[in-house]
Design a protein around this ligand. Structure first.
Ligand code: GLV
Ligand code: MN
Ligand code: MN
Length: 416
């Protein structure tokens, strides 16, 4: 293994200070943070982080997909990439994404502060719109970094009726030039993302490090149920076409999929009923659904079952159901060399580790469709995330960041 981080200027206080400073950008009353992609708080966070990149010896630029990318060349022509995202869900936690970006900058700063140059150049990414702001598909930035931007169409409309393309332009991107955001793929050795687990496994088992074996696949579905709005007092029950009652059946059928062995998890997290008035029978309901599983074939099979279920509900309830299968983020396996490196590093640091799959989606999952990837997880207290109650102990945050630094040094030393 290469030099211990303490020999090369790893500054844990700076890391924790920056995590706390970033938490104030878009801080919500509930103690969490709201930095929806491309909004003012997200752009303010990006400016703050760009300044830290400069201090760390990285040259930051906003690419055509509105990602913030900082580069510091190495001795050879190849690159190691790391990073995560700065955007959050509404009233999310302070660590989801931000931690991985701040730690990546700390890796760069550690090298810079001691004048050390790796064989590989270091690329630090703060990806745009990982979360899917305002109902959009998400992972917009990472798709563009590996040339897959066609999978996140810029024509997509968000909940405010604004296209992703317009959002990108507003955030300093260029929707007509997304090709330019693509990394020189043949020259990138690997991408390693450090992230909080967002689930209970590490906290439960008392292990500070998770070596991510792979990332779960995700299939989106948008459903619109068309019934008939009518007077809630005068319309007899047998003559109704209640779109919300039909939607409720759909929500419960989706929820039952994992119980019936269909997929690992299934959620209907977005509902918009119209006209949404107490004394009017709901005329139209939009549902945002997602199914997740490690196996793409399982997702495929579940889709057939869901289509049949929607048709059944439509007939039984006398409504029309329009379904549009949305973004598929395929499951991806971690690269064995990166996995081996993280395990080696955790062992050398004396940190107990465990292999585990990621149930959450990550930018690494998109990068992993094209490049070797790996992820390092640190514990989420109580397994809570996407919530203001999201927490990780400071010691675990520091251990994870140090493990990221050591992993990149390990990979740098092994692959030329
Ligand atoms: C990403 O945040 C996810 O929803 O898994
Ligand atoms: Mn998230
Ligand atoms: Mn995240």
């Amino acid at each position: 293994m290469s030099d211990a981080p303490s020999d090369i200027g790893f500054d844990g206080d700076r890391l924790l200070r920056r995590v706390a400073e970033l938490a104030r950008v878009g801080a919500s009353a509930a103690g969490g943070v709201t930095r929806e992609a491309w909004g003012p708080a997200d752009l303010a966070a990006r400016d703050l982080v760009a300044g830290w990149m400069v201090e760390a010896g990285l040259s930051p630029e906003v690419d055509a997909a509105a990602n913030l990318i900082g580069r510091s060349p190495g001795r050879g022509g190849r690159w190691l990439a790391t990073g995560s995202h700065l955007d959050t869900v509404v009233d999310g936690g302070t660590l989801d994404g931000a931690y991985g970006v701040v730690a990546a900058i700390e890796v760069a700063a550690s090298l810079h502060d001691t004048g050390r140059v790796m064989e590989h150049g270091l690329l630090v990414a703060a990806f745009a719109n990982e979360e899917g702001a305002r109902g959009t598909s998400g992972m917009t930035g990472s798709h563009a970094c590996v040339g897959l931007h066609a999978d996140t169409p810029v024509e997509e409309l968000d909940d405010d009726g604004v296209t992703v393309g317009e959002r990108l332009r507003h955030a300093g991107g260029d929707p007509a030039a997304l090709d330019h955001a693509c990394w020189p793929l043949a020259d990138v050795e690997a991408f390693v993302e450090l992230h909080i687990e967002q689930g209970p496994v590490l906290d439960d088992t008392g292990r500070p490090i998770g070596v991510v074996s792979g990332i779960t696949g995700r299939q989106g579905l948008d459903v619109v149920v068309h019934g008939a709005a009518n007077h809630a007092g005068t319309t007899p029950m047998h003559l109704r076409h209640d779109a919300l009652a039909a939607a409720a059946e759909i929500v419960l059928a989706i929820e039952s999929l994992p119980r019936d062995g269909g997929v690992r998890v299934a959620t209907c997290g977005h509902v918009a009923a119209s006209p949404n008035v107490r004394n009017v029978i709901p005329g139209q309901v939009a549902l945002g659904v997602e199914l997740r599983d490690q196996d793409a074939a399982v997702l495929d099979a579940a889709m057939l079952g869901v289509d049949a279920m929607l048709a059944r509900v439509a007939v039984a309830r006398g409504v029309t159901v329009d379904a549009r299968w949305g973004q598929r983020v395929p499951p991806v396996a971690s690269d064995p060399a990166v996995v081996a490196s993280v395990r080696r590093v955790a062992g050398a640091m004396g940190l107990a580790w465990i292999d585990l799959p990621s149930g959450a989606g990550h930018d690494a999952q998109i990068i992993g469709r094209v490049l070797p990837i790996g992820m390092i997880f640190v514990p989420s207290v109580g397994g809570v995330s996407h919530s203001p109650r999201e927490r990780t102990d400071a010691a675990d945050l520091l251990a994870g960041a140090e493990a990221l630094l050591r992993t990149l040094l390990d990979l740098d030393g092994r692959s030329r």
